[in-house]
Design a protein around this ligand. Structure first.
Ligand code: PRX
Length: 650
């Protein structure tokens, strides 16, 4: 029997619609639908209007220079991102407004006003300078969700040192690869961070990442958990609090060129080596500023909470840069949603009276499973808008979110974008768009997308194909750090001068976009991108493994789960203990988010005659489906034996 393929069919027949309420529309930052047409007619003027709302030391000479695939935005302009996120708010009453409300997992909390944040950023920027960090030097940041993380990012931006934030869940080895690729001379870390009541040993990982030959000369350590007091290496390590103790309270911001690099952020691709996605200054800030303001309908008195970790792009753009450029109050939470109990998120919403909540479908599905009693314990009437990001949201989860969390009064904005796009590109505008659960609806004004078939023809309404972006946008990636060839090959080679997103999509008869998931060898696990190649390399790194192939299987909560098919060496015996060992091996090698959910042993992997592993067949086996076409297989018996071992009987 052919199985339900993950709800996509259901998605495409979704016919519930949710127009904006009159009340919401009336107060929205943008409620005039003509804005789409205006932006289409003159996208450069549209974006320039937002750029003009920022502070520039020198205005740009030209909005856009487009030499595909290389774009320059606001050419000749000079500005500083930290100045725009801090200094300019000090000129008004905003100086005493909460910029960051931070809550630690154990229950400790802190509020930084804009004035506080400015002071701490300046002090740390001076601290970095005292370590010899100069404009253009890369700095690796490996921190838990503590206030020092955005402070460090803004300090880097202030002195023009691009940061490379590495998610705290990555292993020492992943960290080492990223440090080496970026050639950072300084790393900022913490002794540990709290997660589900335990301490994540960041300092230990940081130490392990800089053994042997390393570019790192200084490690700045935030004292968070008190678990590394005896592990400071003299001459290399310095406590954050010691570094800033005697620093001046102000630090002149560097005048950065609009196209100077603001940061790089590594993301998984279809090969084993993560790509350092390069974002620059003027365009990125304009894109994140504009989208935060319009998509989240951000107002002066909002309390905005994006639950992502800053280690991912969502946190960069929508906890730090977008909200702070808008002078917003941004909430930051360190830990897990089920500590000490499953109502932690809702207790945070109630405690700080959050008005906007931005989270991932995987979290929403988890909350659905936990049950309504947890949100019901809290007063969440402060909420007025909800957002979703990271993976397709199934209509059931959408409607549950709308009803149970939003009380049926908050628009839900399903926002599609990527590390590479820098800012949200496909999204409702909550004061304009009639929502359809499961659809990210339309492109943000000024953004041009399409869905193409293999040959590059537009599929038109009702058709499915590859999502592409046909015009440059300000926050777009500029390059892959140190690898322009890979940049061209990955994003710009399938269709000339058109950005290939790697996602499947469909446009319905009313022009709504429906995102259908990745079309390459990237698995989206709990809204995190995992490369099948990276997991496979980690598996074959174990001496007992001869060959490995990974696929994503549909998972009710996480969207996709990682399934590995492993061929072991002749002298090794398959066992449950070996499965556990291999799972742990991957977790240690890359990081716990990449730990396979299932490992199957296979005598051989199904391959085409040209030697390519047929992942589609493995997906069929893992999901218990009748096998599709196997005619290109070199040896059909291979799949038959796999199916007998693991597949469901028809
Ligand atoms: O497959 C799409 C999915 O997440 C990918 C980008 O992952 P990453 O670079 O880690 O950034 C995640 C946060 C922006 C996309 O290629 N994705 C992201 N948002 C959505 C989505 N899929 C469907 N609907 C979304 N709203």
């Amino acid at each position: 029997m052919v199985e339900n393929t993950g709800g996509i069919e259901a998605l495409l027949h979704e016919d519930r619609t949710f127009p904006p309420s009159e009340e919401f529309r009336k107060q929205a930052n943008i409620s005039d639908p003509n804005v789409y047409e205006e932006a289409r007619r003159d996208p450069e003027a549209f974006w320039a209007k937002f750029a003009e709302e920022l502070d520039w030391f020198k205005k740009w000479d030209k909005v856009l220079e487009w030499n595909p695939p290389f774009a320059k935005w606001f050419v000749g302009g000079k500005l500083n991102v930290s100045y725009n996120c801090l200094d300019r708010h000090l000129k008004s009453a905003r100086k005493n407004k909460a910029a960051i409300i931070w809550e630690g997992e154990p229950g400790d909390w802190a509020v930084y006003t804009y004035r506080d944040l400015y002071r701490e950023v300046c002090k740390f920027a001076n601290g970095l300078k005292s370590l010899g960090v100069k404009k253009g030097d890369r700095v690796t940041i490996y921190l838990p969700m503590v206030p020092e993380l955005p402070i460090a990012m803004l300090a880097c931006a202030r002195i023009g040192a691009p940061h490379s934030v590495v998610f705290g869940g990555f292993s020492a080895e992943s960290l080492r690869d990223r440090i080496n690729d970026s050639q950072s001379r300084v790393m900022i870390t913490a002794d540990g961070g709290y997660r589900r009541g335990n301490v994540v040993p960041l300092k230990q990982n940081a130490d392990d990442s800089v053994t042997g030959e390393t570019p790192v000369e200084h490690v700045v350590v935030v004292r968070r958990t008190g678990t590394a007091d005896d592990k400071m290496m003299s001459g290399r390590d310095i406590w954050w609090h010691d570094l800033v103790a005697d620093q001046p309270l102000t630090c002149e911001p560097e005048h950065m060129d609009s196209e100077d690099m603001l940061y790089m952020l590594y993301t998984s691709g279809t090969t084993g080596k993560p790509k350092g996605i390069v974002h620059t200054t003027g365009g990125y800030l304009t894109g994140t500023y504009a989208t935060t303001k319009w998509v989240f309908d951000l107002k002066e008195d909002d309390v905005y909470w994006c639950t992502a970790d800053i280690g991912w792009v969502t946190g960069h753009s929508y906890i730090v840069y977008g909200p702070l450029a808008n002078g917003a109050t941004s909430v930051m939470y360190e830990g897990s949603p089920d500590y000490p109990d499953r109502d932690r998120f809702w207790s945070i919403v109630e405690k700080y009276a959050c008005t906007i909540l931005y989270t991932a479908p995987t979290a929403i599905r988890t909350f659905m499973r936990w049950g309504e009693e947890y949100p019901a314990k809290h007063d969440m009437s402060s909420l007025r808008l909800l957002g979703s990001v990271g993976e397709p949201i199934n209509p059931e989860a959408w409607v549950w979110y709308w009803q149970t969390i939003g009380g049926g009064r908050c628009p839900v904005v399903d926002t599609w974008w990527q590390t590479e796009t820098g800012s949200i590109l496909i999204t409702p505008l909550p004061g304009i768009t009639t929502l359809k659960p499961g659809s990210a609806t339309h492109t943000f004004p000024g953004v041009e997308a399409d869905v193409l078939d293999e040959a590059g023809n537009s599929v038109g309404p009702g058709g499915g194909g590859y999502l592409v972006l046909t015009k440059p946008w300000p926050a777009m990636l500029r390059n892959i750090y140190g690898d322009p060839e890979r940049f061209k090959e990955t994003y710009w080679s399938k269709y000339p001068n058109i950005y290939f997103a790697g996602d499947g999509a469909k446009i319905d008869e009313e022009g709504y976009y429906w995102l259908l998931g990745r079309v390459d060898d990237v698995i989206n696990v709990a809204a995190h991108r995992v490369s099948t190649m990276e997991v496979e390399s980690a598996l074959v790194d174990n001496p007992k493994v001869a060959e490995a192939a990974c696929i994503g299987r549909t998972d009710e909560i996480k969207g996709q789960a990682i399934v590995a098919f492993v061929t072991i060496k002749d002298n090794v015996t398959a066992s449950d203990a070996l499965i556990a060992e291999l799972k742990q091996h991957v977790a240690t090698k890359i990081g716990p988010i990449c730990r396979p959910d299932d490992i199957y042993f296979a005598a051989e992997l199904p391959k085409t005659r040209s030697g390519k592993i047929m992942r589609r067949l493995l997906r069929d086996v893992a999901e218990g489906r009748t096998l599709g076409d196997t005619t290109t297989l070199a040896d059909p018996a291979v799949v038959q034996s796999l199916k007998e071992q693991y597949g469901d009987e028809d």
